[in-house]
Design a protein around this ligand. Structure first.
Ligand code: PRP
Ligand code: URA
Length: 211
């Protein structure tokens, strides 16, 4: 079986924006905007292997054969809530992508993911899937989300997170070794509440201002 690749995108523009997210003094408006910008920058990297095809066009000067994206069907699948914050930044680059939603929250005691919502495009099984969530902590949510997408028949699945803990990456690789993971940073680990250290706190609360 093909092994997953872990892509750490350590471009200076991205690293700067991640550092602003980490700062506890960054407010909701700025946090939300920067999550979107980071998602765009990461999407640029995660779509590097998209296929192009030759297309005949006419420039104002002459006929030309140019490259265009070959009609690949893509679905972006945010894990609710925090994943929603990444969607607009990605659809800005892939306007025709469809969006499926998976609602998961971590049980505060067990840290196990609990599913409460799921709505996918009808042709999801034919689409390449990009699951997005700012945080990959224990990896429980990511593993569950990938399981759901496989149950829908999806074959080509990628995962995109802003911050990851080594434990979360290990968990995803163990259960879904073929899934490529794109992250902006891999942090030290998890604290006793399974929060990423140093991390950025609770991504959902910081995007939606719920704390
Ligand atoms: C956060 C985050 C991930 C999950 C990561 O969501 O957005 O979905 O935790 O943790 P894990 O890797 O240990 O599963 P949370 O459960 O806080 O829900 P929310 O987005 O609704 O706040
Ligand atoms: N979920 C978050 O929002 N932050 C963490 O650090 C871990 C899980």
């Amino acid at each position: 079986m093909e092994m997953a690749k872990i892509h750490v995108i350590n471009h200076p523009l991205l690293q700067h924006k991640v550092s602003v997210l980490r700062d506890k003094n960054t407010g909701v408006k700025e946090f939300r905007e920067i999550v979107g910008e980071i998602a765009s920058l990461m999407c640029y990297e995660a779509t590097r292997d998209l296929h192009t095809e030759d297309v005949e066009i006419e420039t104002p000067i002459c006929k030309a054969t140019v490259k265009m994206i070959a009609g690949k069907k893509i679905a972006i699948v945010p894990i609710l809530r925090a994943g929603i914050g990444m969607v607009d930044g990605i659809t800005a680059l892939i306007p025709n992508a469809k969006v499926g939603h998976i609602g998961l929250y971590r049980d505060p005691e067990t840290h196990e993911p609990v599913k409460y919502y799921c709505k996918m495009p009808s042709d999801i099984a034919e689409r390449d899937v990009l699951i997005v969530d700012p945080m990959l902590a224990t990896g429980g949510s990511a593993v569950a989300a990938i399981n759901f997408m496989k149950e829908y028949g999806c074959k080509n699945i990628k995962m995109m997170n802003i911050l990851a803990a080594p434990e979360g990456i290990e968990n995803v690789v163990k259960h879904h070794p073929e899934v490529d993971i794109y992250v902006a940073a891999i942090d030290q680990g998890l604290n006793e509440n399974a929060y990423i250290v140093p991390g950025l706190g609770d991504a959902g609360d910081r995007i939606f201002g719920t704390k």
